[in-house]
Design a protein around this ligand. Structure first.
Ligand code: GLY
Length: 619
């Protein structure tokens, strides 16, 4: 018997994403909920509810996204927050053509004192990861305020209620929190002096290493920051008491952020990057996101490659070796180009435009050999190229409101609990986004990504990112899909597969996020595969004959996929999780939504004027 979703989700806590294949089956068997007045998918139930609460009060998708983001800052302090930055892609169908789509870039920027050689002069291997110098100038509050100025419908201060409640009343530690906590506790235990130097995270968020599932964490300091920002907006963060404490925290920990850096921070509003896939318009994030470029390259190359072989992706199917081979090859080309060419510079922007041109996409499609992989130098645009811990330092949220406005928003503090340097009086961690720069020629970042001189640090420059907030419009110009992910470079591959699962294979929202995924980032030369794809879990002890037979077939299918990929030259590895995806997808006149079971969380939406959380999902 196929286990009900409730039981499967409890199992995931113990066994992790190894059960992804089962989740896909279980989710597929349930009837999806369709929300007609808006829905939010975030990686924490309280955050989705915060957004849905704003939608039910008549707020726009942007209002909902802001309330969700602020709540995530409290309940996912390891993943994102007001000490970090992000990208928000907004599509508002009620505006005139040409003004409907906006990409807000509120990525952290390098302080004025940071030049190309900055990290090489510090002589500290941890400098770009776990010191005050690792922190870029935070952008989240500026980005949210700008989004609200342009697209908000409710008063700014009203958006803070759920986040302040979560900070003051507390939130329960869940399994996802514990996964990050265990990783961080190991880091503290490896060098106990860190417990003093990075004391807020250790004491408050990890409870001196004794944090346990079900514990209630309160953060009155962050509640105070949120109240100040609710009253004073952007300036309360960038010029007031909070700014002074950010400077103090960063500089006390060896950083160089100044009051001028904070006062001068501005978000950028730019045109989204645009591509086409199977007749849809795909809107996504331009540089300094590498994710948008890679997504358009991957989708464009795959569609063209299938056409060259007189086939469609749907004919091949999501588990076919033909598709998985072509997808892997497309990822390798995209990551090779990322490593060689991309950064926050005018030259890189020109290169990105070339990389997503029809000629370049045709060229990748022509260079995918159906039978084998290429020699190492055969990937990317032919320029010198080369490029992972589990990433819990990022969070994505997807929103659609009842009027069809959509938001795809990905926010980050980079690694789990960011730099671990906290602004203690205000209860939040500073990011360590500086590690996403090319900190030294040839150096790899924490995600194993090698990058070019285009991504060297410079004053005010923003580090290359993998965040890939994406919105697809159907042939009638309506929002069809809102997607994005957390997970370092796996953001790109995770988002791409969720998009393919919906647009090419027609999967429901639940199946599209829970189906097992693959990841290849060109370097290291390994095709990383989630267990659910080729190693289905053993049947439960009480499984009936039909379930046992289904599992036997799944094992055979997995072996067939593995052999077919190895025959084509792929070196397979195992990976527990390829990103954490949140999507909203059209379903008739409404929307389905799904939060990735790899991290937990659940969507919340509005029907008949009432906030509803997905009834099938365990809280
Ligand atoms: N901090 C992860 C990224 O932006 O790619």
């Amino acid at each position: 018997m196929i286990p009900p979703l409730r039981r499967v989700r409890q199992s995931v806590g113990a066994a992790g994403p190894a059960l992804a294949g089962v989740i896909a089956v279980a989710a597929a068997s349930a009837q999806p909920t369709v929300y007609t007045e808006g829905v939010v998918a975030a990686d924490h139930a309280l955050a989705s509810r915060a957004g849905a609460e704003m939608l039910a009060r008549g707020g726009s998708a942007v209002d909902a996204a802001i309330a969700t983001s602020l709540t995530l800052s409290v309940v996912r302090p390891m993943s994102c927050g007001i000490g970090g930055g992000g990208f928000m892609l907004i599509y508002d169908p009620s505006r005139p053509e040409g003004e409907r789509a906006v990409a807000l870039d509120y990525r952290e920027s390098a302080p004025a004192a940071v030049g190309t050689d900055f990290f090489r002069t510090l002589d500290d291997p941890d400098a770009s990861r776990f010191t005050g110098a690792a922190a870029g100038v935070p952008g989240t509050v500026a980005g949210l305020a700008e989004a609200h100025r342009r697209f908000g419908a409710l008063p700014w201060a009203d958006l803070f209620g759920p986040a302040i409640r979560a900070a003051e009343d507390g939130f329960a530690v869940d399994e996802s929190y514990m996964r990050s906590a265990r990783e961080a506790i190991r880091w503290y235990e490896a060098d106990p002096s860190r417990k003093d130097r990075f004391g807020f995270v250790w004491r408050r968020l990890l409870r001196d290493g004794a944090v346990a599932e079900g514990d209630v964490i309160r953060n009155p300091e962050q509640a105070r920051a949120l109240r100040l920002i609710a009253r004073g907006g952007h300036d309360a963060f960038y010029t007031g008491e909070i700014a002074r404490e950010i400077v103090r925290a960063a500089q006390d920990a060896g950083g160089v952020i100044t009051a001028e850096d904070l006062a001068g921070y501005t978000p950028r509003a730019v045109r989204p990057l645009e591509g086409e896939f199977l007749g849809r318009r795909v809107l996504t994030m331009p540089l300094p996101s590498s994710g948008g470029v890679a997504l358009i390259q991957t989708l464009g190359a795959l569609e063209r490659y299938a056409a060259r072989r007189d086939a469609t992706l749907a004919q091949w199917g999501p588990r076919s070796p033909d598709y998985l081979h072509a997808l892997t090859e497309a990822f390798k080309h995209a990551f090779a180009d990322r490593a060689a060419l991309l950064g926050d510079t005018p030259e890189a922007r020109a290169a990105a435009a070339r990389l997503i041109s029809p000629d370049a996409l045709d060229s990748i499609a022509a260079r995918i050999d159906p039978d084998t992989t290429q020699p190492r130098g055969g990937y990317g645009a032919g320029l010198a190229a080369s490029p992972p811990p589990d990433d819990a330092g990022t969070s994505h949220l997807s929103v659609v409101d009842g009027r069809g406005m959509a938001v795809a928003c990905t926010e980050t503090i980079n690694l789990t609990f960011g730099s671990r340097v906290a602004v203690e009086p205000f209860g939040f961690c500073l990011n360590n986004e500086m590690d996403d720069f090319t900190t030294a020629p040839g150096a790899v970042n924490a995600f194993g990504l090698r990058q070019s001189d285009a991504n060297l640090p410079a004053p005010g420059k923003r580090p290359l990112s993998s965040m890939t907030p994406t919105i697809a419009l159907d042939r009638a110009g309506r929002v069809e899909l809102v997607a994005g992910a957390a997970g370092g470079p796996r953001i790109i591959t995770g988002t791409a597969q969720a998009v393919l699962n919906v647009l090419a294979f027609g999967m429901s929202a639940d199946r599209a996020v829970s189906a097992p995924r693959i990841h290849h980032q060109f370097f290291p030369p390994v095709l990383a595969v989630e267990p659910g794809l080729i190693e289905p879990p053993a049947p439960a002890a009480d499984a009936g004959p039909a379930e046992v037979m289904r599992m036997v077939r799944a094992v055979e299918d997995g072996r067939r996929i593995k052999e077919a990929l190895e025959t084509r030259g792929h070196r397979l590895g195992r990976i527990e999780s390829v990103g954490v995806v949140q999507i909203v997808r059209r379903s008739g006149d409404g929307f389905q939504a799904a939060s990735d079971p790899r991290r937990g969380g659940s969507p919340a939406g509005v029907r008949a004027g009432r906030v509803e959380a997905d009834p099938r999902i365990e809280r």
